[in-house]
Design a protein around this ligand. Structure first.
Ligand SMILES: [Cu+2]
Length: 101
């Protein structure tokens, strides 16, 4: 994450294969996204201050310089768009797509 991009803007996963996404905010301000896809999926979140196993994840927010990993097993197939939900960031191009095949 940076101003105002997600890189890569497209992440391809295979259904049934566990993944770990490493998120890094390389920008100067906070960024976040709402994780509709993970709302009802078992997720492990690890960052500098916590290691949490959860039955679902609503939002990921990273302060500047922060890093977090999220581990989950993708099941639902399709193309799932995400955007930074801080005001104006989506409009500035801060979007990405999760593609699960
Ligand atoms: Cu943002």
């Amino acid at each position: 994450m940076t101003e105002f991009r997600f890189r890569p803007a497209l992440i391809r996963l295979t259904s049934g294969q566990p993944v770990r996404l490493l998120l890094v905010n390389q920008g100067q301000i906070a960024h976040q996204f709402v994780t509709d896809y993970l709302r009802t999926v078992a997720v492990t979140v690890v960052d500098a201050t916590m290691h949490v196993e959860s039955s679902g994840l609503d939002i990921v927010r990273l302060e500047p310089g922060a890093m977090a990993s999220i581990e989950f097993l993708p099941r639902s197939k399709g193309r799932f768009p995400f955007a930074c939900t801080i005001e104006g960031h989506r409009e500035a191009g801060m979007v990405w797509v999760l593609e699960v095949r």
